[in-house]
Design a protein around this ligand. Structure first.
Ligand code: DAH
Length: 338
């Protein structure tokens, strides 16, 4: 029995060492260690071994099994290493990898980021309010009379419960003043919605950036200085800015702000970019009513507010001819802004 086991071991080691591939190795494993393999068959012979030899034979059996198992494992590792080496032979791992296609910021996201950066440097903090608003926050508190055209069903999206999709971000002025006492200096970027016919310069969902500064002694000079600085930071230090008297219910006096566009080969053109003005005392009174205090007493504080279209800002910054390009998500368009 002992001699037979020796033979099995040397046969097995010879067979394993001559194996060329993983299939042949598996065949060798089954041939020696499998259920009907030579070692298993020999092991079954233990029954007939005399009692006093059982220990020695048993030990030998284990030794042989271990030797064969070890040889199988070593050969398997060798075959795998050879296979990997062959696979790598045709590859140069020191070559630079292929560039992965990288995404980029949407032009609106970029413009918003730039605008916020400049305004934060001037001390404006970010504020927000809901897109589904009450009529009071969107119109009444902003001194907008019941019969103002903006409140018309044909201009504004109303819900059955009387709420509406905010038509401007100016509602965030009210939301903010309800919560905090002056001084306040906030900007509120966000979506606004109107029932406009969609064309190259109108979308029914668009983006605005609102600003509000309320404190003791805030003047029109502060408003002009702030917006002129802002537009020069965004569009360059030579940018010309013009304030044109206008009317908004929530500011008095009110202005529209124009930028002078100087495209080479074209006549200079003024384009409207923002609305602004000094906060109307009636707005402060509405806020005080809602707050139940006199934190915004028109005798104590003054303020300025402004609102601009972010989509329009992006159009100017990049020379985008049609607003709809901003929402179509056509990669041929978006790829140009990476
Ligand atoms: N809410 C106005 C609009 O959507 C823009 C605006 C004008 C905002 C004057 C203001 C402001 O804060 O003072 O057309």
């Amino acid at each position: 029995m002992l001699a037979e086991l020796d033979t099995i071991q040397s046969d097995a080691l010879a067979a394993i060492s001559s194996v060329q591939d993983e299939a042949a190795l598996e065949e060798a494993r089954v041939g020696f260690l499998g259920k009907k393999g030579r070692l298993s068959v020999a092991g079954a012979g233990m029954r007939d071994v005399p009692k006093e030899e059982k220990k020695e034979v048993g030990q030998k059996l284990n030794e042989v099994r271990t030797a064969i198992t070890t040889a199988l494992e070593e050969k398997s590792a060798e075959l795998i290493a050879a296979r990997d080496a062959a696979a790598f032979a045709s590859i140069d791992p020191t070559l630079p990898s292929r560039p992965l296609p990288a995404g980029g910021l949407h032009p609106l996201t970029y413009v918003l980021g730039e605008a916020v950066k400049v305004l934060r440097r001037m001390g404006f903090a970010l504020a927000e309010g809901p897109e589904i608003e009450t009529e009071w926050h969107c119109f009444d508190a902003l001194n907008t009379p019941e019969d103002h055209p903006a409140r018309n069903e044909s201009d504004t999206f109303y819900f059955e419960n009387g709420k509406l999709l905010r038509t401007h971000t100016s509602s965030v002025q009210i939301r903010t003043m309800e919560k905090v006492v002056p001084p306040v200096r906030i900007i509120a970027p966000g979506s606004a919605f109107r029932r406009d016919e969609i064309d190259a310069t109108h979308l029914s969902a668009f983006h605005q950036l609102e600003g509000l500064y309320v404190d003791k002694g805030v003047t029109l000079a502060d408003l002009k200085g702030t917006l002129e600085f802002f537009f020069r930071e965004i569009f360059g230090s030579k940018t010309e800015v013009r304030f044109r008297p206008h009317f908004f219910p929530f500011t008095e006096p009110s202005f529209e702000v124009d930028l002078k566009l100087q495209a080479t080969g074209k006549a200079d053109k003024w384009i409207e970019i923002a609305g602004c003005g000094m906060v109307d005392p009636n707005v402060f009174l509405s806020v005080n009513d809602a707050r139940g205090d006199a934190a915004y007493s028109p005798d104590e504080v003054t303020g300025f507010a402004f609102g601009m279209g972010l989509d329009r800002l992006a159009m100017i910054m990049y020379g985008i001819p049609d607003l709809r390009l901003l929402i179509e998500n056509d990669v041929r368009f978006l790829q140009q802004f990476r």
